[in-house]
Design a protein around this ligand. Structure first.
Ligand code: SF4
Ligand code: SF4
Length: 172
């Protein structure tokens, strides 16, 4: 897997209740080399999270500190269709040419992008890219599902795929 390089966006972007950290603020443990407590016990999101740019070797210009969006993939259907959650560092990052072009390219292969923007009081924006391919799926409903990956949420995604002809995502 590639290195994060100078990017530290996920340590700034996400809310981490265990660290009392609101969204879009620096974590108190950030340092020049990344995380000052990397070898110590950390919240699960810190030890488990890897963004799509890093994991899937996406184009260099989509490194989150360059494109202002952190992409993660939450569900993968048996035919390879994925649901990518794209959390914007600013509310208009989805309109950037590089971000939009990439979403269009992957949408043509059947993938779904859920763009979100997290405000002080919770989600302020949730919108689907590729609504034509995924009709009848409300962005807020999908957001609720992917942010609560419990068995009920997975069943809801299965039901939705069944209604609209896609493959069910793998559980877990
Ligand atoms: S957003 Fe991705 S590339 Fe940036 S620090 Fe997090 S895991 Fe690394
Ligand atoms: S504890 Fe480390 S990995 Fe977790 S958000 Fe803070 S700097 Fe990032």
């Amino acid at each position: 897997m590639r290195d994060c390089g100078e990017c530290q966006v996920c340590c700034w972007l996400y809310c981490i209740p265990e660290l009392d950290k609101p969204p879009r603020t620096n974590c108190k443990h950030q340092c020049a080399s990344g995380c000052a407590i990397h070898e110590q016990p950390r919240p699960p999101i810190c030890t488990d999270f890897v963004c799509c740019w890093k994991k899937l070797d996406w184009p260099e210009e989509l490194r989150p500190d360059k494109c202002h969006v952190v992409f993660s993939d939450c569900h993968c259907g048996k035919n390879g269709r994925r649901i990518f959650v794209a959390v914007q560092a600013n509310p208009y990052a989805r309109l950037r040419r590089d971000v939009k072009g990439w979403a269009e390219q992957l949408a043509r292969r059947g993938h779904l992008f859920l763009f979100t923007y997290e405000g002080e009081e919770g989600p302020e924006y949730a919108g689907l890219f590729n609504e034509r391919l995924y009709p009848g799926c409300s962005a807020q409903a999908l957001l609720d599902i992917v942010t609560s990956l419990d068995s009920g949420g997975i069943q809801q995604v299965r039901d939705w795929h069944a209604r609209h002809g896609g493959d069910a995502p793998d559980a877990g």
